[in-house]
Design a protein. Structure first.
Length: 447
């Protein structure tokens, strides 16, 4: 990672001219004369990596430290307006547009049939009970959900929506022409027959778990031990119960239909043995992708869970205590924008890394760890904000120092014990660190 890369990322998401245009369009600057809106917006994003960034006080403190004119604390709370929410939503969109513009890195077989895989999942954020009317949760409390679209090939969020936590997940995932050529890794909360029909209509590959309530009808067995013949259209559970389809091998692979009548949708059902039990998946990938590879693809979906953890633990999404709906949403937008900054930096670093070759397959240097990088961003928030305000010539050496700190400190401490599934697909061999010995020596018996 070079200083130029770090500068380009921050200036792509938080440039002064673009922020000024967004602020003018939302009307944020017109409301308060003493507010330097550009510094305030930058403080809202950069301060998300600091503890307590969900509280408006933390953002205001970061704004003052960046050189903003100090006002009474009570006056500063009027800055968290609907215009501020719109501005932060636009900044988050800039961060996602930057991620969407980057080249995709799909290791191994992942890029065989798609241009990218997008994981879709939701994350729940508990809010102050004063917001119960705007964001009702599943109980007697206020909560919202962020329905996130996450690019596996870039390792960053490329789309999201916000809804009350009480709403069902499925309505927030709709496939359209923008999904054509992509792959979908979805949680069961988003699975439906309509989703599978839309995937066929728009040319979307998918891998999802089989819902227990779904009753697939088996048309053909491509892999697996069959003890007797059966009529196409037989119920999958019945074939298992009658031991017509035996679970004796490592995997099964079948063509099935889901739904009834003319609306039934064809799919490929894959079952793979794991820890003595079979796990079942539905996909429309061709059979040059093996059942074991389908299982690996679903494991890749865990990347979005790690990104949800990054939002909450690294960028304070769980610390929102606002009592107004537009401020709560604004802080969500700020956390998404800030986490995407870290994800984009990590992706750029991966693209610059050496790839495994026939002679060099053993990884000897730790990869960048996004959550560690977030902590480094938090520690250097004021320095980053000050560097962005410098003239380009004077800022060059500062950006180089910041990049060197990111690379030196922002690495994965557990890369040998728990290597990334994506690193494994890239072909890296991870060897455990050599033992250094030590420990208490055994006492020799006395004669």
């Amino acid at each position: 990672m070079r200083g130029e890369d770090v500068r380009e990322v921050f200036e792509a998401v938080l440039p002064e001219e673009a922020l000024s245009a967004l602020i003018e369009g939302s009307g944020l600057q017109k409301r308060v004369r003493k507010l330097d809106a550009v510094k305030f917006v930058r403080a809202a994003v950069i301060a998300s990596a600091r503890g307590g960034a969900g509280r408006q006080a933390s953002i205001v403190d970061a704004y003052f430290q960046a050189g903003g004119a100090k006002v009474a604390r009570s006056a500063s709370y009027s800055w968290f307006s609907e215009a501020f929410e719109q501005t932060m939503a636009d900044v988050a969109e800039r961060a996602m547009a930057c991620a969407r513009s980057l080249p995709v890195d799909l290791p191994g077989f992942l890029g065989r049939h798609v241009s990218d895989w997008h994981a879709f999942d939701s994350s729940t954020v508990r809010l102050d009970d004063d917001l119960l009317h705007a964001f009702p949760g599943t109980g007697k409390y206020a909560a919202l959900k962020i329905h996130k679209r996450f690019s596996i090939g870039v390792g960053a969020t490329v789309g999201y929506t916000i809804s009350p936590a009480r709403e069902h997940d499925a309505r927030h995932l709709t496939l359209d022409e923008s999904w054509r050529g992509l792959g979908l890794l979805a949680d069961l909360g988003y699975a439906s027959f309509q989703l599978l029909r839309d995937a066929k209509r728009f040319g979307v590959r998918y891998v999802i778990r089989l819902k227990e309530s779904w009753k697939p009808k088996v048309q053909r067995i491509a892999a697996g031990e069959v003890s007797r013949t059966f009529v196409p259209g037989a119920d999958f559970d019945t074939l298992l119960d009658e031991e017509t389809l035996c679970l004796s091998g490592p995997a099964i692979d079948a063509d099935v239909r889901l739904g009834r009548g003319d609306d039934a949708v064809p799919a490929r059902l894959v079952g793979v043995r794991h820890d003595g039990l079979y796990r079942y998946y539905l996909t429309n990938l061709p059979r040059d992708v093996t059942p074991e590879q389908v299982t690996t693809l679903y494991r890749v979906r865990w990347e979005i869970e790690l990104d949800n953890k990054l939002n909450k633990s690294g960028f304070s999404m769980d610390e929102i205590r606002s009592r107004t709906a537009h401020t709560a949403c604004a802080l969500i937008h700020a956390s998404i924008a800030a986490s995407n900054l870290a994800c984009i930096l990590a992706h750029k670093h991966r693209l610059l890394e050496h790839r495994p070759t026939k002679r060099r397959k053993v990884r000897t240097t730790p990869p960048i760890h996004v959550q560690t990088l977030a902590r480094i961003m938090a520690a250097g928030a004021e320095r980053i904000a000050a560097t962005m305000a410098m003239e380009p010539d004077a800022a060059a050496s500062e950006w180089d120092d910041i990049a060197a700190t990111f690379v030196h400190v922002g690495v994965d401490p557990n890369w040998r014990r728990r290597p990334s599934i994506l690193d494994e697909l890239r072909g890296w061999i991870i060897r455990p660190a050599p033992s250094r010995g030590g420990g208490r020596k055994k006492r020799q018996p006395t004669k």
